[in-house]
Write a new protein. Structure first.
Length: 202
């Protein structure tokens, strides 16, 4: 399954008193206290060191274990559209030109953590980071854990993104299609253009 560097997030606690879903050496549902807060800070400090100005987006040290054959490189939406592997979501490579998503939302304010294997991948990710400035800024705010960090995958502004479809489908009550607020996808004209270019080049 394709993923990004930093795919596995193992958080030992909420970092404050609360209920623990999964923690090393603790039972599910056990009380979590502040004695494990340094682990949370270490996690945040590490991801704040990531240089988001230059690709590839790889943490210092990880570059020593990542081989070139493990990585998929595309620096923009246009480059991804022109790549012969456009749309191949099961390549198994690390997409190191996409911003990592080790977590989403403000960790210091969360009372519940949901641990996942990886953040998933789709062509919309290259489009979102290359063409939608607000989306890219959201991703960086989450990495920095700044005051602007939020769990924006349920925001109507990003309802065209696969992250919204994933989380909305799992957290919302069953709804009729007419009851959902839908935002038109800014990707549609670009995807159509890619399809035409692909037909001309074949």
């Amino acid at each position: 399954m394709p993923t990004r560097v930093g795919e596995v997030l193992s958080i030992r606690s909420t970092g404050r008193a609360g209920s623990c879903l999964l923690a090393r050496g603790r039972q599910r549902g056990a009380t979590v206290t502040s004695n494990v807060r340094p682990h949370m800070h270490e996690l945040i400090r590490t991801w704040r060191q990531l240089d988001t100005r230059h690709r590839p987006y790889v943490l210092p040290g990880d570059d020593r274990v990542l081989r070139d054959t493990d990585c998929f490189r595309c620096a923009s939406w246009a480059a991804y559209c022109a790549n012969p592997n456009f749309g191949a979501v099961e390549s198994g490579h690390f997409h190191v030109d996409l911003l990592p998503v080790p977590f989403a939302g403000r960790l210091d304010r969360a009372s519940v953590f949901v641990l996942l294997l990886n953040p998933g991948f789709g062509p919309h990710d290259y489009f979102a980071e290359s063409k939608v400035r607000a989306f890219r800024e959201m991703r960086i705010a989450n990495l920095r854990q700044s005051a602007a960090a939020r769990f924006d995958y349920l925001s109507p502004d990003f309802s065209w993104h696969g992250g919204f479809r994933y989380w909305h489908g799992r957290l919302s009550r069953p709804s009729s299609p007419s009851s959902l607020r839908r935002t038109a996808s800014p990707m549609e004209p670009h995807v159509n253009s890619c399809s035409r270019d692909s037909r001309r080049s074949s």
